[in-house]
Design a protein around this ligand. Sequence first.
Ligand SMILES: Nc1nc2c(ncn2[C@@H]2O[C@H](COP(=O)(O)OP(=O)(O)OP(=O)(O)O)[C@@H](O)[C@H]2O)c(=O)[nH]1
Length: 299
Amino acid sequence: MNAITLPDIAIQSSQQQQPLDWVGMCGIALPLLLEGQRIQAHADAGVSLDDGSARGIHMSRLYLALADLEHEPLTTPLVRRVLERFLHSHEGLSQRSELRLRGELPLSRPALVSPLSGWKAYPFEVLARLDAAGFHVELQVEVVYSSTCPCSAALARQLIQQRFVEDFAQGPLDRAEVLAWLGSSQGIVATPHSQRSTASLRVRLDGHAADFPIERLVDCAEAALATPVQTAVKRADEQAFALANGQNTMFCEDAARRLHRALRGLDEARGFRVRVVHAESLHAHDAVAESRWNWEETR
Ligand SMILES: Nc1nc2c(ncn2[C@@H]2O[C@H](COP(=O)(O)OP(=O)(O)OP(=O)(O)O)[C@@H](O)[C@H]2O)c(=O)[nH]1
């Protein structure tokens, strides 16, 4: 048997005349070139099937078009070119093409005080669409940080004040005695709770922007939050982290507002959605806040 005799089911007509919103493949393993690194990513590639009488799309044509992403650094023009190839290879069948890329970008981050550094993997997602309305591209990045509860901090301070009143009720205050009391768990009787928290930043990019500003987005978010989780840590770094947490106590609402303000200043953002999740250590459930600017939800 040769290729000419192979049955081709996709070109048959469908018995049920029904256009489909999205048809394609999910979870395709795909190495990408990003920020000078080779990243193992996964792609979802698809098109609309607007011709309701066509049995199926041509999956292999989408799959083969993805190969361009393997050889060139990931840029918005490259993603657009791949989406154009999806449509050209499905002329008469499809008017919309979509591509989703997911991966983790490792970035080296310095310690707060010591001269150390280490790697953090930042999950990212690129979502792009090409249709009659034009080219639409979004970038999502996740940033993990520490949030110390401001209410818990205030309650802990009140307990410390009460203990101070009890312990120093008699006589004049002795400086050395107070100093020792401040350094003891007998004096500082309570500490606030903190939690590891995640911010998901989804940004709509200008279709003409060249690169995907993952590192800039991470830097912008981490500077706004002031308490990103650390990599290599010595005691001096841990003490600086304790200070940063004490000076930046945050409800989930505070974190969402900080990020909203920071992203409004990001040149590349044409719109965004921020979602923060505080995996509460006070509760068995999460505290969550969202904020959007110039945003329309995509599929
Ligand atoms: N449309 C469609 N194809 C599927 C599906 N599952 C597996 N495939 C297979 O994907 C393979 C590639 O399809 P095509 O791109 O049409 O392959 P082809 O006909 O050799 O390629 P062209 O000549 O470019 O059309 C075929 O062997 C299909 O059977 C499905 O759910 N839908």
